[in-house]
Design a protein around this ligand. Sequence first.
Ligand code: HEM
Ligand code: HEM
Length: 191
Amino acid sequence: MVVHRRAYSAAQIYVHWAGAALVMALFATAWIREGIEDAALRRLLLDWHRLVGLVLMALSAIRLGLRLARPAPPPVPGMPAWQHALAGLVHGGLYALLFLQPLSGWLLASARGRALDLFGWLPLPVLIAKSAERAEWLGLAHAFLSWALLALVGLHAGAAIGHALILKDGTLNRMRPRGRGFPASSPVTES
Ligand code: HEM
Ligand code: HEM
């Protein structure tokens, strides 16, 4: 018997919102840093940016594992097929960027000759040899990917808010922490 559920699991929901908060922190550290002249503060913000990016990458791996273990709930009743397909494409793009963006940052740090570690106790491998030329195009790739991520997040969050405020079809409830809306584990279809 297969039991389909209406919402994501509690773990998926908490990891989703933790990931969203980390992405915001990454843009904040990168953008605030650009307006700062003090070299020590710039270095500190970049260290935090790198650390948060690596934590996001680890969290995204856990998230992907959770998602592979438990598929997404079926679309809300009445959702047109094109909307479901478009949401799937955007979610796929977001998953890809949640790995590609930190990976490009890690490669960029390696090309600049910076060895990374997690919280000072877990040294991470240097991915490529130091090279000013590579660092330049990796910097461009990292910036380009960040704009692509921002565009997809804007589209995704805009759609979620549109579903909640205009269509009022319960899509946002699927990603809301338990205790509000319907219980996430209640089965809707059985076969
Ligand atoms: C989702 C994850 C990440 C996001 C959204 C992100 C975003 C950004 C943004 C918007 C910039 C400024 C780009 C520009 O316009 O020049 C930047 C710069 C940078 N990021 Fe990331 N980043 C992420 C992960 C990482 C990681 C994991 C690392 C390294 C381990 C990293 C290392 C860097 C470096 C070295 C810079 C260049 C700073 C400079 O201008 O010298 N980033 N990042
Ligand atoms: C950096 C920010 C965000 C990222 C990277 C992100 C990423 C994702 C991904 C990858 C999924 C698909 C989950 C899966 O099937 O495993 C998802 C689902 C979802 N997200 Fe986000 N999200 C972000 C921000 C937001 C915001 C701000 C909202 C609400 C305003 C939101 C609402 C939702 C909803 C309602 C779903 C479930 C959609 C459905 O089942 O059709 N997300 N998100």
